[in-house]
Ligand binder design. Structure first.
Ligand code: NAP
Length: 292
């Protein structure tokens, strides 16, 4: 990879999946990375330090810790933690707001916010509308900001092996084309934007690497392991969480707005299609489900 002469890039969420992929992609390009972490002694934080990442201890309820951690940087990436209840949605908004305000206080030159696909519109999905709220605050902040809006992760497409057959079950009708992206590519696109190697002229980019129906997803996994495959649509009632039900109701409308698969590849040409992701991870069928 090429060497980039940039200043320090700050990353919030570096010990997690998406922030971790951002760090991987930045380090691949020899960037200097500062991770904002809750606990610098955690195993994951120490693993980052071992790879040359600078650690800044922060508390999201301590604005000074945040703005101090964001001083003298060229760009800042942040995501917001998973919310599984309305209370956690409030926490998510609080964390996102604190991070935007700290970036303003530290006069950060460029902020990349890891939002979610569809956040340009009110969705009725609490943990998507929370990201829209944070986007709005960022837009009003006067900071230069780019929104990256990931679609569902390829990593969550998890078929099982049942009587010698690959079976994928999702609470979605079989004719819905599901948008998806690999976590690796979320990191690569965000890193390219943070390093100024690419630009999103509209200020936002939907992160989508592939768009396939349930039967097509099942078939891609089946073809890889040379087994028959089928898709099993499930009713929304299998979901125990109101937020997830709202999200899958929204997912069912995904096909109404087909994605521009070329847009993300204009930033990261090697963005993986699902078939490539399956191959690149050397996916193997999970152990056969035992008969009950
Ligand atoms: N699953 C999907 O398909 C999908 C698709 C699009 C968007 N999303 C969104 O992606 C987000 C989750 O991203 P992820 O999977 O990358 O997260 P993750 O792996 O769960 O990591 C969460 C990160 O946030 C940090 N963190 C959590 N609470 C914190 C706090 N109070 N103060 C400081 N740091 C805190 C954690 O640090 P510690 O090491 O301190 O714990 C960790 O680095 C959610 O907002 C979700 O809605 C998910």
């Amino acid at each position: 990879m090429s060497t980039q002469a940039t200043g320090t890039i700050a990353v919030f969420g570096a010990t997690g999946q998406q922030g971790g992929a951002v760090v991987d992609a930045l380090l691949d390009r020899n960037a200097t990375v500062r991770a904002l972490v809750r606990d610098p002694q955690s195993d994951r934080a120490r693993a980052l330090a071992d790879r040359g990442v600078e650690l800044a201890a922060v508390r999201t309820d301590d604005p000074t810790s945040l703005s101090t951690a964001l001083t003298a940087i060229t760009a800042f990436y942040f995501m917001t933690p998973e919310a599984n209840s309305l209370e956690e949605v409030e926490t998510e908004i609080r964390i996102g707001t604190a991070l935007v305000d700290a970036a303003v206080a530290a006069r950060v030159p460029h902020v990349v916010f890891n939002s979610v696909f569809g956040a340009d519109q009110e969705s009725g999905v609490p943990h998507h509308d929370s990201k829209r709220t944070i986007e709005e605050r960022l837009k009003r902040s006067g900071l230069r900001a780019t929104m990256v809006r990931p679609t569902p992760f390829m990593e969550v497409m998890a078929p099982r092996l049942e009587h010698g057959e690959i079976v994928l079950s999702l609470p979605l009708p079989e004719d819905v084309a599901v948008k998806m992206i690999s976590i690796r590519d979320i990191g690569r696109v965000a890193a390219a934007l943070l390093l100024g190697l690419a630009d999103a002229p509209s200020g936002a980019v939907e992160l989508v690497g592939d768009e396939l129906t349930g039967p097509q997803i099942a078939a891609a996994f089946g073809a890889h392991v040379r087994l028959p495959a089928r898709y099993q649509p499930l009713p929304l009632s299998v979901l125990s969480n109101d937020l997830d039900r709202a999200m899958f109701r929204q997912f069912a409308k995904m096909s109404e707005h087909p994605s521009d698969l070329a847009a993300v590849r204009a930033i990261e040409p090697a963005t993986l299609y699902l078939e490539e992701w399956i191959r690149s991870t050397a996916w193997t069928a999970p152990a056969q489900v035992a008969d009950s």
